[in-house]
Design a protein around this ligand. Sequence first.
Ligand SMILES: NC(=O)C1=CN([C@@H]2O[C@H](COP(=O)(O)OP(=O)(O)OC[C@H]3O[C@@H](n4cnc5c(N)ncnc54)[C@H](O)[C@@H]3O)[C@@H](O)[C@H]2O)C=CC1
Ligand SMILES: O=C(CO)COP(=O)(O)O
Length: 429
Amino acid sequence: MAPGLLSVNENGVADKRHKVTVVGSGNWGSTIGKIAAENAKEHPELFEEQVQMWVFEEEVTYEGKTEKLSHVINTHHENIKYLPNITLPTNLIANPSLEDAVQGSSILIFNLPHQFIHTTCNRLKGKIVPYARAISCIKGVDVNDEGVSLFSEWIGDGLGIYCGALSGANLATEIAQQKLSETTIAYDPPPMDNSRNPSRNATPRSATPARGEQRASAAELSVTPLADLHHRDARGRISKTRLTPVPPEYPPLDHDTFKALFQRPYFLVSMVSDVAGTSLGGALKNIVALAAGFVVGKGWGNNAKSAIMRVGLLEMIKFGKEFFGETVSTATFTKESAGVADLITSCSGGRNFNGAKLAVERGVSVQEIEQKELNGQKLQGTSTAAEVYSFLQKRGLENDYPLFTAVYDILEGRKTIDDIPAILAKAQS
Ligand SMILES: NC(=O)C1=CN([C@@H]2O[C@H](COP(=O)(O)OP(=O)(O)OC[C@H]3O[C@@H](n4cnc5c(N)ncnc54)[C@H](O)[C@@H]3O)[C@@H](O)[C@H]2O)C=CC1
Ligand SMILES: O=C(CO)COP(=O)(O)O
């Protein structure tokens, strides 16, 4: 049967269901696992009821006894370490074996602190079904000698699958408590999965290259058969990854299916196609949240924090446009939850903001606060600040991004918070 044509039974229902696995079980990983399991149960026509959640195994103390975390989750339906006091659905299955958790899964949700994704993904090579599709909930960027890449790109290219991104104003504990929230899911499905939704992949168009990128040649744009195994990546280039079509026995993996997997009455999903903008919003706001924590920790108040957020948002948009090209939409930063709304919530109550504020108030390093106060949860802003700085410095562009650069310099002790007013003054027009 041709890709894209559904194989349905006599009731008009697809023959197979998607098996869903969440790779990661921290504060956000467990919350997303809860959401996916609630929806898997509500949509038996689309998903297998049991949702697997890979747990990086560790020992915890439960009622005075030492137990494995995965055992506690499966027995008491609570992640007592990373998401305490929240009851998890009984169809969310904690699995300490990564390879077993992903076996046969056609939907993979990556939700780990970004420093662990490389080793985790390397273990997955050859262990997943080739037609799997993924969503990255990771807020961070990957910097190597060749440049900066998104985790959705890294996961997609590394595993030979398509990977979109979920990001938004999403303080995990509030969502786990079913308090109202919005999110953005960027999914630009490859043409062969796209039986119900229009996609920019279906229409060839010229892509403006980001700084240092090669423009796709006219021949590439016009000759490559877009309707088969290639798709456009997050930067609008034709991906080198040859995708395996999702077998027709499964429901299509398109915007409708992903919305059914993530939307809850308390978690409202906006589906977009800008994977790069959505991913960058979540990664870069963590640097700005540290700066906001620094000035509030100094006692400089809300106006100073707002100034940081304004300048930070401008640097976020500039970075996206400069290094990821025309596919990054300014509207993702200004209109979507993944942009300005995430910046606001993170600079109000996020761990990076609170950690930086506490560090200044106590006169200790942010890293010390992370180690002593977060009970194993990880700050993403400190490593993202270092990675973005290293990328900019290699290109001699530190001065073009003065706030991002200042955050790293403050973390490294080369500058102090008292240097921030001069940086903001320079950002005045
Ligand atoms: N917590 C939140 O409110 C939100 C977090 N995010 C993003 O979600 C991603 C995941 O963060 P969280 O779930 O909050 O994690 P977390 O910071 O709560 O938990 C740390 C996790 O890392 C795991 N871990 C520790 N060592 C490991 C290793 N060597 N290999 C693999 N895993 C290891 C722990 O088991 C635990 O699951 C991050 O990129 C974060 O920025 C996004 C939105 C909200
Ligand atoms: O991404 C978040 C909220 O959207 C959480 O931010 P923190 O990691 O700083 O808590």
